[in-house]
Design a protein around this ligand. Structure first.
Ligand code: ATP
Length: 241
């Protein structure tokens, strides 16, 4: 049986004024998997995520989520369908407490008991957030803010999380810790994840399927296990030569 992908982009083109950032991107993410888009600085990774979550509208092509066309939908309606975007730079609310940031993630939900349970679940993933739950989010370290941003997305109980460069600015140790939790979230909750990363090594270890983006175009796609074996990937993305 052929399964319809949870998320599918067909021939998507997006631009900032005259600057074409992505030029005909097609990709699919299947329910339950972790997919990744690798690419260097400026390749267009962030633009792909912004196009999916409705922050920018594409010039061409379509975005399908759960079988529905969401190409022209606004960000709020896309969140309500179960798609959460964790942006690069995290964007936590610095003057709200950690706990209130987390509750903001659950603003579309009315199932209070389940929200309370999910709060305990995310505190289980990231105990430091529980310890600091009453402090202002702006006082957290960069790594802790990344943990908070991921946790806030989880509070919406999404089916799909778009994760933009979770390793950005973090130490190798913290990066490893965050990736381990991302994989756990995927395995334990079945949350589908689309991760964009410059850190190819971490991304290829965590994800099932990978796309390589260069100058706004997908130039390679395969199971991550196989991408790791390719000479071009080893040379240009894993620095093994
Ligand atoms: P990075 O890791 O640096 O964020 P990226 O792969 O995510 O890189 P994008 O941020 O998607 O790349 O950028 C793709 C292209 O679009 C780049 O050439 C970038 O300079 C350009 N671009 C991105 N944002 C804007 C903007 N707001 N206005 C104009 N050009 C932009």
């Amino acid at each position: 049986t052929v399964q319809t992908p949870l998320l599918q982009l067909q021939n998507v083109e997006s631009a900032y004024g005259p600057i074409k950032a992505i030029r005909g991107v097609s990709l699919a993410v299947h329910a339950g998997e972790i997919a990744t888009v690798l690419g260097s600085n400026g390749a267009g990774k962030t633009t792909i995520l912004k196009t999916i979550s409705g922050i920018i509208d594409p010039l061409k092509g379509s975005v399908q989520f759960k079988g529905a066309d969401i190409t022209a939908n606004d960000p709020t309606s896309i969140v309500r369908r179960g798609l959460m975007h964790v942006p690069e730079g995290r964007e936590v609310f610095p003057l709200l407490s950690v706990r209130d940031n987390l509750m903001m993630g659950a603003y579309t939900r009315s199932d209070r008991d389940a929200v309370a349970r999910d709060l305990e679940t995310v505190f289980g993933y990231f105990p430091i957030l529980k310890e600091r739950s009453h402090q202002d989010a702006g006082l957290l370290s960069g790594g802790q803010q990344q943990m908070l941003a991921i946790s806030r997305a989880l509070m919406a109980k999404p089916e799909l999380i778009l994760l933009d460069e979770p390793s950005l600015g973090l130490s190798p140790r913290l990066t490893k810790e965050i990736f381990e939790i991302v994989v756990r979230i995927n395995r334990e909750r079945g949350t589908t994840i689309l991760l964009v990363e410059q850190n190819a090594n971490m991304a290829l270890n965590a994800a099932d399927f990978g796309y390589v983006l260069e100058n706004g175009r997908i130039v390679m796609e395969d199971r991550c296990k196989r991408l790791r074996e390719k000479e071009d990937i080893k040379e240009f993305y894993l620095g093994m030569k």
